[in-house]
Write a protein that binds this ligand. Structure first.
Ligand code: FAD
Length: 453
């Protein structure tokens, strides 16, 4: 067992841990990172699959994500726009396919009116919610103890409007059924992106991609931190801690340090052994944040055939197996790539099938949007973060019903020398790489201020 000493040990080389390490290093502090996987980037991960560049994890950046923008500017990394030209496709509850342009789903005038009413209401409430402290909203308890689905139902009798608006947060973001998380949790998601209107506008929230891929951002930060300071394949298994400091025991390196940053998703806080155990409150709190589940589908074709039909590749269907589809062609790639998403209970159903049956069901659903050419991709790949030991779901964690106002107020408190940093604890950029970067920077600044204070 190698033994080393640093000012700060960081657990997790995802965007939050790496950004924290970079800031601490800039402030003259010594750091070591223990990372369980054999790579950096965490939930951002690029691989070459069948000769195609596939972003298996996080990839898009939106204009409000100024934390991530400032990091990539510092690293001199460029972005490029997602392909958005042409019409979109909507498939309704009865399987009727409509090609449309503009912002409104083609669901009939009355339902469009109800959807826009709900969006306006969400915008108004989201503007009242401080994403860093959603529990301070005067109606926080009330909003946190009703499910988003039931809250929407209390505002309209139009079931299609409830399903469409629910999709933006449930299937689209938290990747949990809308009956399992609160209206306050949905408002946090909206407030974290600036507004609900931002969140429901795919051209805003899925605006651009990173030329080096999103994992490339982590790789570039790792270079600056110094790869010799990053111990891959070294999960932290045990943490000894006292008011004087910590010893973080990885698989084959132990790091003594004055402070530790747990830059891992909250659902994994219970994984290492803490000596002494964490206080009662943390032991309870961390059981109430769980991962959503989504399958990200990648299908690569010889050409982006949908473009020739005047389609952007964008498709929505709250009731279909694949609820969202987009053109995801990688920078300068002459081939065409589609990405689709299958969320929560529909993802459970897919993993219960055999491989061939699963592939056939998914491609058939995607073909419903863009035609039968969709059935024969050159490359077909499913991102399965639910099977990843060091993540266990996707995209991120959120609180169960009532958990946000009850446990949120202390989620960012340090416990002695132990700090927590994750995109899943962020206000702005919550559940996104932007939130991870903000949390990394904020946590590093708190520790530097303590050292200097
Ligand atoms: P992570 O990225 O999860 O990093 C945590 C690290 O800790 C991991 O490397 C893990 O291996 C390590 N670890 C865990 N336990 C231990 C341990 N005991 N010891 C040592 N190391 C440990 N965000 C966007 O902004 N845009 C998107 O388009 C987008 N799409 C997404 C699509 C998918 C499929 C997924 C899964 C996520 C997506 N996200 C997206 C979310 C984004 O990837 C995450 O918010 C971000 O990566 C979180 O960063 P983090 O550093 O907080 O955590």
């Amino acid at each position: 067992m190698q033994k080393i000493e640093r000012d700060v040990v960081i657990v997790g080389a995802g965007p939050a841990g790496l950004t924290a390490a970079l800031e601490l290093k800039k402030a003259g502090k010594s750091v070591a990172i223990l990372e369980a996987r054999d790579r950096v980037g965490g939930r951002t991960w690029t691989d070459q699959i069948g000769g195609a560049t596939i972003e298996i994890g996080g990839q898009w950046i939106s204009p409000d994500q100024t934390g991530l923008y400032s990091l990539i500017n510092e690293l001199e990394i460029e972005t490029y726009p997602r392909y958005k030209e042409g019409a979109s496709v909507f498939i309704d509850h009865d399987g009727k396919r409509t090609v449309y342009t503009g912002e409104d789903f083609p669901v009939g005038e009355a339902t469009v009116g109800e959807i826009n009413k709900l969006i306006a209401l969400m915008d108004q409430l989201a503007a009242e919610v401080n994403p860093d402290t959603p529990w301070t909203h005067p109606d926080a308890k009330e909003l946190d103890t009703i499910s988003f689905h039931h809250w929407l139902e209390s505002k309209t009798t139009d079931a299609v409007a409830v399903e469409c608006v629910g999709l933006f947060i449930a299937g689209g973001m938290l990747t949990k059924p809308a009956k399992t998380f609160s209206a306050l949790q949905a408002l946090l998601m909206a407030a974290s992106a600036g507004s609900f209107s931002n969140l429901v506008d795919e051209d805003f929230i899925l605006d651009r991609r990173i030329s080096t891929t999103m994992q490339g951002v982590s790789l570039a930060v790792a270079e600056r931190v110094g790869t010799e300071n990053i111990y891959l394949e070294n999960p932290m298994l045990r943490l000894e801690w006292s008011k004087d400091g910590v010893v973080a025991h990885g698989k084959d390196v132990s790091v003594s340090a004055k402070r530790v940053i747990l830059a891992i998703p909250p659902n994994l806080y219970s994984r290492p052994t803490f000596e002494p155990p964490l206080p009662r409150w943390q032991q309870i709190t961390h059981q109430h944040q769980s991962m959503g589940l989504v399958i990200k589908v990648h299908a690569v074709y010889a050409t982006p055939f949908w473009r020739e039909k005047g389609l952007s590749g964008t498709g929505f269907s709250p009731s279909s197996l694949v609820q969202e589809v987009y053109d995801n062609t990688f920078l300068n790639d002459p081939r065409g790539t589609l990405v689709g998403f299958i969320s929560d209970e529909k993802a459970d159903q897919m993993w219960a099938l055999g491989e061939d049956e699963r592939k056939a069901a998914i491609l058939e659903s995607m073909a419903g949007f863009l035609g039968e050419e969709t059935l024969s991709p050159e490359v077909f790949y499913l991102s399965d973060f639910g099977a990843e030991e060091w993540t266990r779901g996707a995209y991120a964690t959120s609180y169960d019903l009532g958990g946000l106002h009850r446990f949120g107020p202390t989620q960012n408190d340090a416990v002695g020398p132990i700090y927590f940093a994750s995109s899943d604890l962020a206000g702005e950029g919550y559940q996104h790489v932007d939130g991870a970067v903000r949390m990394g920077r904020r946590t590093a600044a708190r520790i530097v201020a303590e050292f200097e204070g």
